[in-house]
Ligand binder design. Structure first.
Ligand code: SF4
Length: 214
C-alpha cells in the first residue's frame, strides 16, 4: 500500500518526467528503488554499455546499482579502489571516457531543471561532456517546486549532508547549515543547472517515487 506521501509522488512525478523530456532528457518514472535498478539494468543492456564510471552518489548505492554493474560483464572504473591520490585522479580522468556515467542530482525543479554542485568538478564534467551516456537516479524527495527552491535545496540540504557524510572539514559538517565557506575543503566549487540536454537523450533520468539519497 502506497503512503500518502508516495501517492503524492505518483501524482507529481509523471509531470516532472514530461518536463525533463521537454528539456532533452530521456526520462521515466518508477515507484521504488527495485524498479529503478531494473530500469537501469535494461537501459545499460539496450545501450550496449561496456564501461562505466561514477561520481559520489548515495542514491546509486541505495538502489544497489554498484552491485548490479559488478555482476554485469562491464569494465568498472571505481575511483574508491585507487591505491593513491594520483591513481584516483587517473581513474577520475578515465571515467570521462567511459560509455556510461552514473550519478544522481542534488536537486530538480518541478519544471525539469537539474541542479548540481561539485567540489572538484569531475562529476559535473562527466555529466556535461565525455561519457556517451549519463544515467541518473533521482528520488522525488529532491524535487523542488521551482528553480530557486531547487538551488536552495542543493545548497542547504544536499551539500551540508554530503559534507557530513564525507566528514569534511567544513562549517556545514559541524553546524548542518551552509556558511558559504571559501576554504580549500569546500565541496561547493561548481554550480551547474541543466536547462537542456544536448544531444537529446544523452542524459537518462529515472525519477523514483521514494526518498533516496540527499
Ligand atoms: S559551508 Fe561550504 S562546503 Fe558546506 S555547504 Fe556551504 S559552501 Fe558548501
Amino acid at each position: 500500500m502506497r503512503t500518502p506521501k508516495e501517492r503524492q509522488y505518483d501524482l507529481l512525478g509523471p509531470r516532472v518526467v514530461e518536463a525533463l523530456v521537454r528539456r532533452g532528457n530521456e526520462a521515466v518514472y518508477v515507484t521504488d528503488a527495485a524498479a529503478a535498478r531494473e530500469q537501469i539494468h535494461a537501459w545499460l543492456l539496450r545501450d550496449q554499455v561496456r564501461s562505466v564510471g561514477w561520481g559520489g552518489t548515495e542514491t546509486m548505492t541505495e538502489c544497489g546499482v554498484f552491485d548490479l554493474v559488478r555482476e554485469m560483464d562491464l569494465e568498472v572504473i571505481d575511483r574508491d579502489t585507487a591505491e593513491s591520490f594520483e591513481k584516483r585522479q587517473d581513474m577520475m580522468r578515465r571515467a570521462l571516457a567511459a560509455d556510461a556515467f552514473l550519478m544522481s542530482f542534488n536537486a530538480l525543479s518541478a519544471d525539469g531543471i537539474a541542479i548540481n554542485i561539485d567540489g572538484i568538478g569531475n562529476r559535473l564534467s562527466a555529466m556535461i561532456w565525455g561519457p556517451k551516456y549519463v544515467y541518473a537516479i533521482v528520488g522525488m524527495n529532491k524535487v523542488a517546486p521551482d528553480y530557486d527552491s531547487a538551488v536552495l535545496r542543493a545548497r542547504q540540504v544536499a551539500s551540508p549532508m554530503n559534507a557530513i557524510r564525507l566528514e569534511c572539514d567544513t562549517p556545514c559538517a559541524t553546524t548542518g547549515r551552509c556558511a558559504d565557506c571559501m576554504g580549500d575543503n569546500s565541496i561547493c566549487s561548481y554550480f551547474v543547472a541543466n536547462r537542456r540536454v544536448r544531444p537529446r537523450g544523452r542524459i537518462k533520468v529515472i525519477l523514483v517515487g521514494a526518498d533516496l539519497g540527499f
